[in-house]
Design a protein around this ligand. Structure first.
Ligand SMILES: Cc1ncc(COP(=O)(O)O)c(C=O)c1O
Length: 370
């Protein structure tokens, strides 16, 4: 067996930012100002500029970013929100937390993203919004989805948790909806040192609503206009994010080169389906490199034996989780998600992964027999 290959590693990223990060964290400590201070304001400005949007509001995590976005849009009890059936449970939980109903749409079997051609059949008089999720970093078909939203007067809230750095027809994802939710969970494309998230928008009033909702419903101390939350990006996390933001396009490009190697070395392996070819007008940020195989479980066990860690995103669909046992979702309505659940396998891919490591994974996969 050759050297073990982890699913993810922070070593390279951390080495690149270490000196600057240590200084930034020490500066926060010395500043004696830890919540909603100048570092959060600075990062909000930098991230808004990076995405090409007017406003960025830092919040506690990606789930809160989604939930607060929906609340800012006035969505709650009695409303329905269209979400992909094939997503991390957070997308559904955010809708449920507002009291609204998540209505699920099966994905396109090639892109794994929400299938726009299946959305209109799910729209009712109660539908208020669509949440496209750029799963694994591949942008959704935003023109088609935006058309539907406009036609039916629905809000669009991008779930950009997995897609920082992705581009759709010249615009960064996370800049395309009325409100857009971002996660800075450590292993995301832009990760902080704990939990963190943000909401972006070009709408001044929505930005104001979000600023209130993240801070007890108040933008002015001791004046509470709405029933809000305590969900603020910490100064420590904002400082860390400001250090890492200038690096993320380079890290994305480095991952893209490795993803190309996976593609070229695995394209003729018959039992595999590789991630969809990316149209030239899109930039995939490769949060995850997800293949499909009818022999997924055997392949993953074999790779593990050979020292290669893999993961499954996701082993149980959100709609089949215990948490949703009383929601009345019928798995047979989501045949594509059901198939993906049985067949997807995420291969190691992270900034600083070596070309030889990718080649080693490919060579092992090519030797796999079933
Ligand atoms: C698609 C998607 N949406 C939302 C979230 C929630 O982000 P967080 O973990 O920061 O709450 C995640 C995080 O894993 C995610 O993958």
């Amino acid at each position: 067996m050759t050297a073990a290959i982890p699913f993810y590693s922070f070593t390279y990223q951390n080495e690149q930012v270490k000196a600057e990060m240590q200084q930034a964290l020490l500066d926060v400590f010395d500043s004696a100002w830890y919540v909603l201070g100048e570092r959060v304001a600075k990062f909000e400005k930098e991230y808004a500029a990076y995405l090409g949007v007017k406003h960025c509001i830092g919040v506690g995590n990606g789930l809160d970013a989604l939930k607060i976005s929906l609340r800012a849009l006035g969505i709650g009890q009695g409303d329905e929100v269209i979400v992909p059936a094939n997503t991390y449970i957070a997308t559904l939980l955010a809708v449920s937390e507002t009291g609204a109903l998540p209505v699920l749409v099966d994905p396109n079997p090639d892109t794994f993203n929400i299938d726009p051609s299946k959305i209109t059949a799910k729209i009712t008089a109660k539908t208020k919004a669509i949440i496209p999720v750029h799963l694994y970093g591949l942008p959704c078909e935003m023109d088609a989805i935006t058309d539907i939203a406009n036609r039916y007067g629905l809000f669009l809230v991008e779930d950009n948790a997995q897609a920082t750095g992705s581009v759709y027809k010249g615009q960064k994802t996370g800049s395309l909806g009325h409100l857009n939710a971002h996660s800075f969970y450590p292993t995301k494309n832009l990760g902080c040192l704990g939990d963190g998230g943000a909401i972006t928008t070009n709408d001044d009033d929505l930005a104001h609503q979000v600023r209130m909702l993240r801070n007890y419903g108040s933008e002015q101390k001791y004046k509470n206009e709405r029933l809000g939350y305590n969900s603020r990006l910490d100064e420590i996390q904002a400082a860390a994010l400001s250090v890492k933001l200038p690096f993320i396009d380079r890290w994305r490009a480095e991952k893209a080169l490795l993803a190309d190697v996976y593609h070229s070395k695995l394209s003729d392996v018959r039992h595999l389906q590789l991630p969809a070819e990316v149209h030239h007008s899109l930039l995939h940020s490769h949060h995850l490199f997800v293949i499909k195989s009818n022999y997924r479980d055997a392949l993953s066990a074999y790779l593990k034996e050979q020292g290669v860690d893999t993961l499954i995103h996701y082993p149980i669909p959100a709609y089949s989780q215990q948490a949703y046992r009383n929601a009345g979702f019928a798995p047979e309505e989501y045949p594509v998600t059901e198939r993906l659940t049985a067949e997807v396998l995420s291969l190691p891919l992270y900034p600083g992964m070596k070309l030889e490591q990718v080649e080693q994974v490919c060579s092992l996969i090519r030797k796999f027999t079933f």
